[in-house]
Write a protein that binds this ligand. Structure first.
Ligand code: GLN
Length: 464
């Protein structure tokens, strides 16, 4: 297929199936998709969906929130700019949890995305639209953001590959901030190699983002050799695999994946990382504190919607934020302001920062003794819609458990599909590497993919 046919094909798939799946908030006009990107480049035949918190010039960037319903991005995020220059075809905006806050894509102000493997289940979140569109085969790949697992968890629950790179590996310029010390842009794909190809294009220093790293960018796809690193040591995080509440079918699929790695020549080492058990609590404080600060800018003046009936400015702030933020976002802003407030900051926020420092030490020390760490992504396969409606916090704690230590430590992690439950829901495993070890993660993930069939399976309901 040429570029024009690829775009037409993707748009036709969205038109036919996405009224049901609801992965996209908008699919762009076909001509504008083609004209927006360079006609040639390493990604010239690749279609992508971009999460709605990443700016695409001239397009709405709503963060799936009513408060930014009318906000058009005046510039391209650096990742979008680099993708367009490499020829990638950016077909639309992916649904997500409002301001990327959630683990199920149910907090979107607009629609609820369904899991393509079972439409009675959620796709994970917050980047659930990106994951669902890739898993269903509407697009080749997608861009998401990962503040506390929002690329890896939906990748796992949708049976695709998800990469959260080292903090600073990819520019955050044009990513609408949630938790600035945690946020990283991440990549969804059906194969490890496609993921690596995109990373080679979008990684690297950017003068617009002072936290982007000057660490040299590699040709990541070259690490997809089919062999694991000689003498490879994989450290299984035992307290994760044996944690109470992990579905036995998830444990079983992960044990089988470890057997494959043994056959590939890896040495399996067992270790415990006790701070992982505190990570959800630490993440809770830090992410809410940073969210409260970042979302203060949505005041009805600088961006987005405004209450026009207010009598004075304070009333205008209050009415705007009350009317246009959703419940989950308001909840988090209130908690964030509380943990930062005088009298409580020492008890909550500062304590969380201290535990975070200890967590970094523990993870970095472990990664001196093994090449990568191995853990579940989420304790269960995709769960049914609405089950956590009365207790979002319970969902957050469960879904954040194995993923947020990676954001708190800044380390990179790759999720790879490793089979299905009896009910036909996908399961993935997570590999965590040292800082800037993306190549090693891709090499390790790719070698597994070559000896297993999971990445070739797709849900059958979306074939034309
Ligand atoms: N479950 C996490 C949260 O709700 C995911 C956030 C993210 O990575 N964007 O905070």
């Amino acid at each position: 297929m040429n570029r024009r046919e690829k775009v037409a094909d993707a748009c036709a798939q969205f038109a036919q199936y996405d009224t049901r799946l609801c992965s996209a908030l908008e699919i762009f006009d076909q001509e504008s998709i083609i004209h927006a990107s360079s006609p040639e480049g390493p990604l010239e035949h690749m279609t992508l969906l971009v999460k709605d918190n990443v700016c695409q010039k001239g397009r709405i960037a709503s963060c799936a929130s009513h408060i930014l319903a009318n906000y058009r991005a005046p510039y391209d995020a650096t990742v979008v700019d680099r993708l367009k220059s490499a020829g990638a075809l950016l077909v639309g905006r992916a649904n997500c949890d409002e301001f990327a806050m959630g683990g199920s894509t149910e907090t979107s102000a607009y629609k609820i995305t369904l899991n393509p493997w079972d439409i009675t289940c959620i796709p994970g979140g917050s980047s659930g639209g990106s994951a669902a569109a890739v898993a269903a085969g509407f697009v080749d790949c997608a861009i998401g953001s990962d503040t506390g697992g929002s690329v890896r968890q939906p990748a796992g629950l949708c049976g695709i590959v998800g990469m959260k790179p080292t903090y600073g590996r990819i520019s955050r310029y044009g990513l609408i901030a949630y938790g600035s010390s945690l946020d990283q842009i991440g990549i969804f794909s059906r194969s490890v190699r496609d993921n690596a190809c995109i990373m080679s294009v979008i990684a690297g220093h950017d003068e617009h983002d002072a936290t982007s790293s000057k660490h040299p960018v590699e040709e990541y796809e070259k690490s997809c050799t089919g062999h694991i690193k000689p003498g490879m040591r994989i450290g299984v995080i035992d307290n994760a695999l044996s944690a109470s509440g992990v579905d036995p079918q998830v444990v079983q699929r992960l044990q089988e994946a470890l057997q494959e790695y043994k056959k590939l020549g890896a040495e399996i080492v067992h270790l415990t990382l006790p701070t992982m058990d505190d990570s959800a609590a630490v993440y809770f404080m830090i992410s809410r504190a940073e969210a409260a600060s970042n979302l203060a800018r949505f005041d009805g003046i600088q961006y987005g919607m405004r209450d026009k009936d207010a009598q004075d400015i304070v009333e205008m702030y209050r009415n705007t934020r009350s009317a246009f933020f959703g419940r989950e976002v308001k909840h988090r802003i209130m908690i964030g302001n509380y943990v930062l407030s005088a009298g409580y900051a020492d008890q909550y926020y500062k304590k969380a920062c201290a535990v975070r420092a200890g967590m970094r030490e523990e993870f970095f020390a472990a990664l001196k003794t093994v090449d990568v760490l191995f853990s579940p992504v989420s304790p269960t396969p995709a769960f049914k819609l609405n089950v956590f409606d009365q207790d979002r916090l319970a969902m957050d704690v469960l879904q954040d458990y194995f993923v947020v230590s990676v954001n708190l430590t800044g380390l990179p992690a790759l999720v790879v599909p490793c089979g299905f439950t009896r009910e036909g829901l996908p399961v993935g495993f997570q590999l965590i590497g040292s800082l800037f070890s993306e190549s090693l993660l891709y090499q390790t993930g790719y070698a597994y993919e070559q000896v297993t069939p999971w990445h070739t399976y797709m849900p059958t309901d979306y074939k034309k």
